[in-house]
Design a protein around this ligand. Structure first.
Ligand SMILES: C[S@@+](CC[C@H](N)C(=O)[O-])C[C@H]1O[C@@H](n2cnc3c(N)ncnc32)[C@H](O)[C@@H]1O
Length: 289
C-alpha cells in the first residue's frame, strides 16, 4: 500500500529535527512520520507510540532499517507522561500528533469504520483491545443519549430522528445496517456525503474517547516537552482543530509556549492532488518556552 504521511514537509520543518534530539511520535500508525524523523537522526531517537497494536506491528516492519533509533510502544495519549517517566526521558525535543484513525484503519473492512463496507461489524475501535465497540453504543445507549452524542460530537441536526430510528431497529450489528437505517430515516439529499457520515463520526469519536484523549495530550504537553521542544498537531475536523487552537493560545497567553504557526496551516495543493485524504488536514505548532 502506498503510504503518504500527511503534511510531512511542514511537520519536519516545524519540528526542526536535531540529529541528536529525542522525539515523540504520539500517533505512529504505519510509521510515516516516525521514519521521516528517524532518517534525520544520528545519535537521537524517536519514541513512536500508537494505541493500535496491529498498526505497530506493520510499523515495526516498515521501520526495520532505522530500528536502532526507534523505540516502539503501545500507548494512549493519556499514558504518554507515564511512558516517558518509565523511559527516563525528562522531556522531548519534539512531539508530533497526527490525529484520528489512519487510512489503514479506515479502509480495512474488518475494523468496521467504513459505511461502504456493508458486511463490516459495527466496531470502530482504533485499538482492538478496547472493551467498547460502536455496536455496544448503538444497542445499549438510550435514545436520548444517542441523540445527544450525534448532536454534540458531530453537529448532526437530525440527531433525535436518527436516534429513534436506530433504537427501533435494534439490534444493529453491521456498518451496512447502520447505513441503511439512517438512510431510510433521513434520505440522501443533494450533498455528496452519505447521510450516516455524521452519525458514524460521532460513534467513532465516542468509542475511542477521541476528545478526552486529545484534551489529556494537550494538558500534559508542557510536561512532555523539554524547554525549546516543539509540538506539531495535525487535526482532521474542526472540533479537534478548535480544541488545539484554544489550548495552544491559552498556553501562549500563560507564557508556557510560543506559537510557531499564527494561523492554521493547510496542505499544499500538490499534496491534496496526490493524496486526496490530506485535504482536511489542519496543522498547528508551538514551542515550549
Ligand atoms: C492519522 S494516523 C497516523 C498516521 C501516521 N502519522 C503515519 O504516518 O503512518 C493516527 C494514528 O493515531 C492512533 N491514535 C489515535 N488516537 C490515539 C490515542 N488517543 N492514543 C494513541 N494513539 C492514537 C491511531 O490508532 C492511528 O494509528
Amino acid at each position: 500500500m502506498q503510504h503518504y504521511p500527511v503534511m510531512c514537509e511542514q511537520v519536519l520543518s516545524y519540528l526542526a529535527v536535531r540529529a541528536d534530539g529525542c522525539y515523540l511520535d504520539a500517533t505512529c500508525g504505519l510509521g510515516g512520520h516516525t521514519r521521516a524523523i528517524a532518517e534525520r537522526l544520528t545519535s537521537g531517537r524517536v519514541i513512536a507510540c500508537d494505541r493500535d497494536a496491529e498498526s505497530l506491528e506493520i510499523a515495526a516492519r516498515n521501520l526495520e532499517p532505522w530500528s536502532d533509533r526507534i523505540i516502539l510502544r503501545q500507548a494512549l495519549f493519556s499514558e504518554l507522561e507515564k511512558l516517558l517517566a518509565e523511559l527516563d526521558v525528562a522531556g522531548v525535543n519534539g512531539l508530533v500528533a497526527d490525529l484520528g484513525p489512519s487510512y489503514y484503519q479506515l479502509t480495512n473492512p474488518e475494523r468496521g469504520f467504513s459505511l461502504y463496507a456493508s458486511a463490516a461489524p459495527l466496531d470502530m475501535r482504533m485499538g482492538r483491545s478496547q472493551p467498547l465497540t460502536a455496536a455496544d453504543l448503538v444497542n445499549r445507549l438510550s435514545e436520548d443519549e444517542l441523540a445527544d452524542l450525534f448532536y454534540r460530537l458531530a453537529g448532526e441536526r437530525r440527531a433525535r430522528k436518527l436516534a429513534r430510528a436506530l433504537v427501533r431497529a435494534r439490534p444493529v450489528r453491521t456498518m451496512g445496517e447502520l447505513a441503511r437505517i439512517v438512510e431510510s430515516a433521513a434520505p440522501r439529499g443533494k450533498g455528496r456525503l452519505h447521510p450516516a457520515t455524521r452519525v458514524a463520526l460521532a460513534l467513532r469519536m465516542a468509542v475511542n474517547r477521541e476528545l478526552e484523549e486529545l484534551e489529556a495530550l494537550l494538558e500534559a504537553l508542557p510536561r512532555l516537552l523539554a524547554p525549546g521542544g516543539r509540538a506539531v498537531m495535525v487535526a482532521f475536523h474542526s472540533t479537534e482543530d478548535t480544541i488545539v487552537k484554544h489550548r495552544f493560545r491559552d498556553l501562549a497567553r500563560r507564557g508556557v509556549v510560543r506559537l510557531l504557526s499564527k494561523h492554521v496551516v493547510r496542505p499544499q495543493a500538490q499534496e491534496v492532488r496526490e493524496n486526496p485524504p490530506s485535504r482536511s488536514a489542519r496543522l498547528r505548532a508551538v514551542e515550549r518556552i
